[in-house]
Design a protein around this ligand. Structure first.
Ligand SMILES: [Zn+2]
Ligand SMILES: [Zn+2]
Length: 649
């Protein structure tokens, strides 16, 4: 008999050679039906692998990431078989599961495949799946494995096998298909009920551009057709919400090859939007005791050598700027912190004057590889809503809590809900990776955790994720499609005060080192606006949106009255415009919908006579005919319900 321990701690005895499926059956038939993968003593095994010794067993279903991984990897075997049957003579290489689905890298020889071939591949793969073939792993000697692929003339698999130890090689069979594989499959092909080939792309063998180019076939599969349909709908929705697409449609920003890759150009509407966001944060920051500072876009190379940024960014980033003077070198600033340290140094401070909170919308430059650039989320020049707080160790707790309050205020005012916090702390096993005393680290980590708890944040603690200079707290947000994003960050730093020799005079009249907090509730203006676009699909909170209303005259003869309406809106500080093109109201409404304008104000004969407007909301709700005063009231109420002032309650 062997002793099997399950994740909940229960232990059960089984005959030697029992399988994970047997164990599942001993718990419930329902579980046995749903188990598709298993892990035994930290190794992924098949659901039918005999268990020969005592150990810990974890059973996975489709609802577990590990279950999905086995499901998608197994699907790659099925698709590989389909490809081999449809295109005889192709050479298979590797086929792993990925975050969403799987791929298989294939040498198609002289054949090329494209989107029009996908339905045939899907059909064939589904046919195979319906055969309910078991996945059967079996060991194979190195000689036999080599002979098998020599017959197929598959130099890729031969190379893989060449690197494997004799005695450790396994094949996986299902139906008539055999593949070199180390395991991790679902019980049989019949569980796969829906398969979709998503796209094809070029990929080099082993990711090396000097090696042959292969075709990467991407796919995804599900245990139910309905789940595939839902997934495809979500992908379509994600495409509609792509901030690059929306940014263009709403005329917020653009890029120019001539200006340079990764350097966004803000159009008037986008610049105004940024301005509103900045004013919003500046107002709250003023209340929270921050002082604005302004620093240049460049600094002497020495500044960044002192801060350590040159070491970190120097070689891989923008190179120093030369001047006519020999030995003089400047760098585009990769971070604002060194400049703020120098501001702190302009005069001595006593403990009574701390904390000092310096804030700046500071533009920084980092050279991202061109392949890494992506819309506004990965750029080469961006503006951080940066601030640095210099405080005493006694003040750290309170300062941290105040920064959390400010960050929560920002997230809530912009309609982000369901956020979580990620607290990154040291890995206690590798103290050499961090600088600063253990005592300070413990204090800082504690301060963060206590603050997160006290503020009622739902948080996770990630060991080993801290920066080398201090622990941090990041706000993670889920968007409407369930994707997770990192927004604001708060970091504790003991290093820069050391490197810049920053001090304050304590109550003991001695000089002490302040602690520095780096914080950015938005993160950067670029990234934040990108995420806000994808989160809201362009339907920004009304206080932020570029145009709050559009006046739509029914015909030319109502233009005068429409102008009067517009004037009155302007007097009430409502951002509005007029569409007096010679088009039907229906068409004007459709376009206003596209442009995500919250209120459409239709004016015709009746409205002119009654000095009113007919209000239609974005999305179609008809608010009927109301007076201009009532409309102004409505807008101002909506604004104050989404935008409270900081620390109002
Ligand atoms: Zn496999
Ligand atoms: Zn900083």
């Amino acid at each position: 008999m062997i002793k099997i321990t399950l994740p909940d701690g229960t232990q059960k005895e089984f005959e030697q050679g029992t399988t994970p499926i047997d164990v599942a059956k001993s718990i419930s038939e329902g579980l046995a039906r749903n188990v598709i993968s298993a892990k035994f003593n930290e190794t992924v095994i098949e659901t039918v692998t005999p268990l020969e010794e005592d150990g810990k067993l974890v059973l996975y279903t489709w609802n577990d990431p590990e279950g999905k991984k086995a499901f998608w990897h197994s699907s790659s075997h099925i698709v590989a078989q389909a490809l081999e049957e449809l295109y005889p003579g192709i050479k298979l290489t590797i086929g792993p599961a990925i975050e969403n689905g799987f791929y298989y890298d294939v040498d198609f020889g002289s054949h090329t495949i494209s989107e029009k071939d996908f339905p045939a591949i899907e059909k064939k793969a589904l046919e195979i799946a319906r055969g309910k073939h078991d996945f059967k792993m079996h060991p194979v000697s190195k000689a036999d494995a080599l002979a098998f692929y020599k017959k197929q003339d598959n130099e890729f698999k031969l190379e893989l096998i060449g690197n494997l130890e004799d005695g450790s090689i396994t094949f996986c069979d299902h139906d008539t298909f055999t593949d070199l594989c180390r395991g991790g499959h679902i019980p049989n092909t019949g569980i796969v009920k829906a398969i979709k080939i998503l796209n094809v792309a070029g990929a080099y063998w082993r990711g090396d551009e000097n090696k042959p180019q292969l075709t990467r076939v991407y796919g995804i599969s599900f245990p139910k057709q309905k789940e595939l349909t839902e997934y495809l709908t979500m992908i379509e929705e994600a495409k509609k919400r792509d901030h690059r697409k929306l940014g263009k449609e709403l005329e917020l920003f653009t890029f120019s090859q001539k200006v340079g890759q990764g350097l966004p150009l803000w159009l008037p509407k986008g610049a105004a939007l940024r301005e509103r966001l900045e004013q919003f944060l500046k107002k709250a920051q003023k209340k929270a005791g921050y002082e604005m500072v302004v620093t240049p876009h460049i600094g002497q190379k020495e500044l960044y050598v002192t801060s350590g940024h040159y070491e970190k960014y120097g070689a891989d980033s923008f190179q120093p700027i030369r001047t006519p003077k020999e030995d003089e070198e400047f760098l585009l600033k990769p971070m604002n912190c060194p400049h703020h340290c120098e501001i702190y140094k302009t005069r001595p401070f006593s403990y009574r004057e701390l904390p000092k909170r310096y804030a700046e919308f500071g533009t920084v430059y980092r050279y991202e590889q061109s392949g890494e650039l992506h819309g506004l989320t990965r750029v080469r020049g961006f503006t951080q809503d940066d601030a640095h707080i210099f405080c005493t160790p006694d003040q750290l707790d309170q300062e941290f809590k105040d920064v959390i309050d400010l960050s929560l205020y920002v997230l809530e005012s912009l309609g982000f809900e369901n956020f979580t916090a990620q607290v990154s702390v040291r890995d206690p096993e590798t103290p050499e990776k961090y600088i600063g005393s253990i005592d300070n680290w413990e204090k800082a980590e504690n301060a963060i955790i206590v603050a997160a708890k006290e503020k009622g944040l739902s948080y996770t603690i990630e060991e080993g994720e801290a920066a080398f200079y201090g622990p941090k707290l990041d706000f993670m947000v889920k968007d409407a499609l369930g994707r997770q994003w990192q927004l604001g960050t708060i970091q504790v730093d003991y290093t820069l005060p050391e490197r810049f020799d920053l001090t304050y005079k304590g109550s003991d009249n001695e000089l002490h080192r302040p602690i520095m907090i780096h914080r950015a509730p938005f993160g950067s203006m670029e990234r934040f606006i990108a995420l806000l676009l994808e989160h809201t699909g362009g339907n920004f909170p009304i206080w932020l949106i570029p145009e709050q209303a559009i006046v739509l005259p029914v015909s030319e003869k109502h233009e005068k009255y429409a102008e009067k309406v517009l004037k009155s809106l302007e007097n009430n500080e409502i951002r509005a415009l007029i569409d007096n093109r010679n088009e039907t109201v229906g068409k004007k409404i459709r376009e206003a919908e596209m442009n995500k304008i919250p209120f459409m104000l239709i004016v015709g004969d009746d409205e002119e006579v009654n000095a009113s407007i007919s209000v239609r909301r974005h999305g179609g709700e008809d608010l009927g005919s109301i007076t201009l005063e009532d409309f102004a009231d409505l807008v101002s109420k909506e604004i104050s319900s989404t935008l409270k002032s900081f620390k109002e309650n």
